[in-house]
Design a protein around this ligand. Sequence first.
Ligand SMILES: Nc1ncnc2c1ncn2[C@@H]1O[C@H](COP(=O)(O)OP(=O)(O)OP(=O)(O)O)[C@@H](O)[C@H]1O
Ligand SMILES: [Mg+2]
Length: 492
Amino acid sequence: MEKMTDDEALNILEEILEIKQLNNVQKIVFCQAWSGQSYMQIANAFDYDYSYIKDTGSQLWQMLSTALGQKVTKLNFQSVLKHYAKHRESQFASQSAFYRPEVELLESSPSPNYSTLSIDEDETRWVGRESLVDALTEKIKGISRVLMLVGITGIGKSSLAIRLSLEPAIAQTWPFLHVIRFDAEQQTFEQFARLLLKEQMRSDFELEHESQKLVIDLVNYLQTHPSLLLLDMIEEILETGDRGEFHYKDPLFAQFFDRFIQVEPMPSRLILTSQDRLPVIAEGRYLERSHLEYLKGLNPDEALELFGSWEVYPQTDEEREYLQRIVRVYEGHPLALRVIAGEIRESPYNRDIQAYWHDYGEEIVTIEQQQIASDLRSSADSVTLANYSINLTDLVKCRIERTFIRLRVSSPLAYILLCMGATYRCSVERTAWLLLIADSPKEAQIIAFQTLQRRFLLETDSKAGRVFYRLHSLIRSIALQHLVNFKPESLL
Ligand SMILES: Nc1ncnc2c1ncn2[C@@H]1O[C@H](COP(=O)(O)OP(=O)(O)OP(=O)(O)O)[C@@H](O)[C@H]1O
Ligand SMILES: [Mg+2]
C-alpha cells in the first residue's frame, strides 16, 4: 500500500466528513492513530484520560462509518482512507458517488449449533501481515472463489479472516458478510443452509428426498446474492477416514463445495479457516479457483508491535532483548504472545518487563538451552512453555489440548507418534519419525505420519535438498506432558 502522510490523511478525512476542521483532540487522536499509536500511548503522551481518547477515537470511526456506509474501525481506517483516496479520482468522482454497501453480519444464530464471530477490533488489536492481506485480497477479488486459511491453533486464522473481511476492497465488493463458526458436536448441512436461506426454505422441507435440491438452492442463492461467507473452524465438521484422509461428516458439504467451485458465474466468495487439511474440492479439477494459505507465526518486528499494541514497550535494550527472546522461543505464536503481553500489562507487573522476566525468564532460558543442546533426543525437557502461568494455562494450553484430544480419538497411532516425536529436540528426517513407531506395520506408520502432516502439526525445515520435520515449540511442550502420562510399555 502506498505511503500517505498524516496531514494528507487528515485532509481526506475532513473531505469525507464534510467538515472544515476537526477539533484539536480529534486531530491528535487521528494523526497519532495514523502513525500506529495505541489509545493508551496517545493518552500518556498528551496527558489525557485514556477513556476520553478512546471515546474520541470511537466517535471518529463511527462518523467515518456513517459517511462511507461501511464499518470503519481503528483496525481498518488506514486502508479505508487509502482506498478512498485511490478511487475518488476514478470511479468515485465525488463523495456522493462513493459506494455505500450495507454489511450484513449474522448477529445471532437461529441454531444452537452455530455461533457467529464478533468483530471486536479493540480485542483483536491487529498487527502486521500487511503484504499477506494485500496478496489475499487480490486473490479473492480475482478468481479464487475459496480461500482456505490453515495452521495450528492460535496462529491467527480467524483473526486474519476477519481482518480480510474488513479490507475496503473486499467489504465494498461483497456488501453481505455472513460469519458462521462451527463449534458443536453435531452439525449438518441442512442447519447451515437454513441459516443462509432463512425464510426461502419451506418449513416442511424434507431432507431425505430433497437434499440435492438444497445444495442447488444454496449455490443458486450465492449466484444471485453476491456474498462473502466466512466459515470458521471447518475442522469441527470433518472426520478422518481409514487412511487418515479428511472428509466432511455430512457429505452434503462436499457436494456444496464441489458445486460452488464449478458453476458459472459465481460472484460470491468463501473464506474457510481450519486446523486440518480440507478435503480436495471437485477432485482438484478447478485448483486455480481455490487458494490455500498456511499461516505461520508473526515475524520478530510484528511480534514486538503486538506487545506495543497491548501497551507493553521495552524501556531499555535489556528489556527489548527479553521480549525478543520470548518471541523467538514461542516462534511468533500470536495467541501465546498476546496472553503474555496481557500478563505483563496487568497487575502485578504493570508493564514492567524486567519484573515479568524475573518471575518467568528462567522458563525461557531453559527452553533456549534445550534448543542448542548437543543431544538430539530428550524426553526430560522442560514442559512448561504452554502453562507456566495461569493465563497461559487457561488460554493457550486448553486450546492446544483440544487439538490433542481430537487427534487421540481419531488417530491413536498418530497421537503416539506426535508425543514420541516431541523427544526430538531439532528437526529430523521422515525416516527418523517413522522409526519411533517401527513396531507398527509400515502402512500404519505412513498413515500416522501423513495424519500429522494433514493436521499441520509438523513444521518443516529444508536443508541441502532434504526436508526435516519438527514440532512447533508450543505443541512440543504439550506433547512432552502427554508423554509423561504414557505407560512405559506403550512407548515401545
Ligand atoms: N496479526 C495479529 N495481530 C494481533 N493479534 C493477533 C494477530 N493474529 C492473531 N492475533 C491474536 O492471537 C489470538 C489467536 O488468534 P486466532 O483466534 O485468530 O487463532 P486461530 O488460528 O483462529 O486459532 P483456532 O484454530 O484455535 O481457532 C487472537 O486472540 C488474536 O488476538
Ligand atoms: Mg479460529
